[in-house]
Design a protein around this ligand. Structure first.
Ligand code: MG
Ligand code: MN
Length: 405
């Protein structure tokens, strides 16, 4: 697919700001630069548009994050584009699809359609993918032209995680060709494994009880990582829809990124769920993380904000030895779509990606109201969002904007 850049994106990409990542220049023969690009917690924010205020905004939207992609790809010799979950729910567009338009078998969810257009390589699911029920989830996932994986949610639990009948494939091993520092191509097998907080069993009990079960994130990882290695994964990246919490492992923890990263065999970790930015000031002094080296539990990691606010980047310098590829150096960065100035004004750093330049408003011809969804009720911060005016674009009461993570 040809990626057309807007003028502003073109200028940002080509008028001096485009700098090759050091690994792209430094890689020798049998060494290769691999860039992992992460979006996370998009929550249906395809457009740079605030449906509550009914106006364009510069702070959100895959339409903006996507404008980073071409430059970000150009800075790297090899790259993969990954999403970390929570894409189906979280704004009026999501509720419109769920409650008005519906997701029949064969329909393509608009956020999936956007991700297909951008050439995502893989995704995992977040807790909010379960908000509208399993049929909605499965019909949405079925439209993706890329694998969507999750290792710790199962239709039937076996004696050990490897014997579970998982709802989605637990992991995927991407067979790719990678270019080394001498310009030679080599095969690489990139293993990806997905995780979601097991708390979904409480948060979406009415959809999930009796239908699926969730396992502890770290225990599940410890079972599958050796299997992925046996199947020939050269490197393994965790798509962890779980936040950066305590460094010490506790059974069933919601924010398990640090103990997960420490599992042997995991080479890099993409995190999310808590809608923060790593590396960055959100994690200054946070035990088990290092903002300077961009590591989580000692492994390269990132958390790319939320609603498309950032693109998370993990850059790996790989070296080929007799048995495959290993990571010999790494960096991490969360690249924003907007600059927040000291006077609190905003400077957009990218324009809309050409494919997604207009907000698509649902074609509403009749008056309707709806509740935001059953998950909102126990969450006090969400109770203000209860009814919608005749169009989906306005909320009658002043909405709280963060309905859980
Ligand atoms: Mg989440
Ligand atoms: Mn989220």
């Amino acid at each position: 697919m040809a990626i057309r850049l807007s003028r502003r994106g073109f200028l940002a990409g080509s008028a001096g700001l485009l700098v090759l990542h050091p690994f792209a220049a430094r890689a020798q023969a049998n060494q290769a630069h691999l860039r992992l690009m992460e979006t996370t917690d998009l929550h249906v924010h395809v457009f740079a548009y605030d449906y509550y205020a009914d106006k364009p905004v510069d702070t959100v939207g895959l339409a903006r994050t996507a404008s980073l992609i071409e430059a970000v790809r150009a800075e790297a010799a090899n790259s993969v584009l990954l999403d970390n979950g929570d894409f189906l729910q979280g704004n009026p567009m999501g509720d419109y699809i769920a409650y008005e338009r519906g997701m029949d078998q064969g329909a393509i969810h608009p956020v999936i359609s956007a991700m297909n257009a951008l050439g995502f390589d893989a995704s995992t699911v977040g807790n909010h993918e379960f908000n509208y029920g399993l049929t909605f989830l499965q019909n949405s996932v079925a439209g993706a032209k890329f694998p969507i994986i999750s290792a710790n949610v199962s239709k039937r639990l076996g004696a050990s995680p490897r014997e579970d009948e998982t709802l989605l494939p637990p992991y995927v091993i991407l067979d790719r060709q990678i270019t080394d520092g001498a310009g030679n191509g080599h095969p690489i097998r990139i293993g990806l494994i997905g995780f979601v907080p097991p708390q979904i069993m409480n948060w979406d009990r009415k959809h999930l009880e009796g239908n699926v079960q969730a396992r502890d994130i770290v225990a599940t990882a410890k079972a599958y990582i050796p299997q992925m290695k046996e199947e020939g994964a050269d490197i393994i990246v965790a798509l962890c829809h779980s936040g950066i919490g305590e460094a010490a492992e506790t059974e069933g923890m919601e924010n398990a990124a640090i103990p997960l990263a420490m599992v042997a065999g995991i080479d890099a970790i993409l995190t999310g769920h808590s809608h923060l930015v790593f590396p960055g000031p959100d994690f200054d002094g946070h035990p088990g993380t290092d903002n300077a080296t961009g590591t989580i539990g000692g492994k390269p990691g990132v958390m790319g904000g939320f609603w498309g606010s950032h693109m998370g980047l993990v850059d790996l310098l790989l070296e080929r030895d007799g048995t495959g590829w290993k990571v010999i150096s790494h960096t991490a960065e969360a690249r924003p779509i907007v600059l927040r100035n000291e006077d609190r004004s905003l400077t957009p750093l990218v324009a809309d990606f050409a494919l997604f330049s207009q907000p698509r408003r649902p074609n509403m011809t009749r008056r309707w109201t709806m509740s935001v969804g059953p998950w909102a009720r126990p969450r006090r911060r969400c109770t203000a969002i209860s009814r919608w005016s005749p169009t989906i674009l306005r909320c009658r009461s002043s909405p709280s904007r963060r309905c859980g993570m």
